[in-house]
Design a binder for this molecule. Sequence first.
Ligand SMILES: [Zn+2]
Length: 383
Amino acid sequence: MISMKIFDIEGKPGAKVFEYIDMFEYPHGTKEQLPICIIQGIEDGPTFLLSGNIHGDELHGLVTLQEIIQELDANKLKGTVIIVPTLNPAGLLTLTRSPFYIGKTDPNRLWPDPKPKKKPKLKYDDAYDEILDEENYPNVQEVFYSKFAEIFEHVDYYIDLHCHAIRSFPFSYLDRVYYDEEKEGEKEKAEQLFEKTSSFVKAFGLTIILENAPKIYFKENLHRSTTGSFVNKYRKPGFTVELGASGIVDANIIAAAKQGVFNVLKWAKMIEGEVKPITGITVIKDELWREIDIRSPKSGFFIPLVKIGRIIDQNTPIIEIRDVFGNVKETIISPAYGILLAVWDDIRCYTNRLIGTYLVKNTVDVVIPWEYEKKEEKKEETS
Ligand SMILES: [Zn+2]
C-alpha cells in the first residue's frame, strides 16, 4: 500500500509516526511548530483527520486525542488517522483562546473561505485600494492554516474538538451545506453531502445542534471555521464537537468523546466493532436542534432555575435576574419547547448581555444556495 505523506512527513504502515511541522518564524528566529501524529493501518481505507485545541484554553480535545493516539492499534486499522492534538500550540502555553501573536483574532475563522466572492467594479476605484485592503495581508496563522488545509484534499472525514462553557453539556455542531444554484445537480449533491455528514455526526453519538442559519453564520465567519471550510469548500463530511468546560479536564467528558471517536471509526469501517451509545453524560436524541441566545433584559445577578440539558416546555421560568438583595428583578421564560444548553460562567450581568443559550427545534433549511440573500430581496420586490 502507498504511504500517507503530509508535508514531508511519511506515514508507515502498521506504525505511529510523531512529528512537528514548521508553522512560521518568530522575531528571534526560532520556529513555531505544529505537533502531528500519523497512524497508518496495514490495510487500505479512508483517511481521517482529528484535531483539537485550536482555542488554546480548550483542553478536552487535546486530552481525548492523546488517549486516542495511545489506544488506537495501527495493526488493527484500515486506512489512516491523522491526529493534531493542538492547532494552536502558543495558545495552549498561555491558555488563551487566540495565540498572542494575532491579538484577539479568532483562529477558528481563518480557514479557506468557501463562499463565492463577487467584487463589484466601483466608480471610485483607487490605485491604493489593494495596498489598503487588510484581506491582502493575512496574518501568519492564516497563512499557515491555508497551507495546512492543502491536506484536506486527501482527507475523507474531519472532526475538530472544542469546548463550549463551564455550564454546558457536550454536543456536536452540524454545518448547513451551501451550493451554487446556477449549476445543475449542485443541490442534489449538497443534499447528499448533508445526509452523509448527518449520519457521520449521528454515529459519533452526542446531541446534534445545527450551526447558525445563514445570516449570522456568515456574519460570524463560521464558514471559515475548520469544519465549516472542510464541508463547504472541500465538500466532505466534517463537524465540530463541543466538550463542556474550557481550562479543565473532566474524566466523564473524555470517556464520552473517546467513545464518539471510536464510534465514527467503526462507522467508517476503519476498526472492527459496533457503534455504542454514549453513556455517563446527557445525550438528547431524535431531534435536530438549533441554538438561540439568552440575553439579560436588566443589570443584576443571573441564576438558572432549571437543570442544563433537560427538556422543558414553552413558558417555563429558566433564569432569574436578582438585585443585590436577592429580590427578583426579572424572570426569563423559555421561548419554546426546548433545552437550556448553557449558562455562561459568572453571575453578574448588564442589560443586553449574553448570559446563556437555549435549544429550539430547527425550522430553517439545512441545504441552502450561496445567493440566499439575493433571493430574499427579489421576493420582497415582487411582493
Ligand atoms: Zn473552541
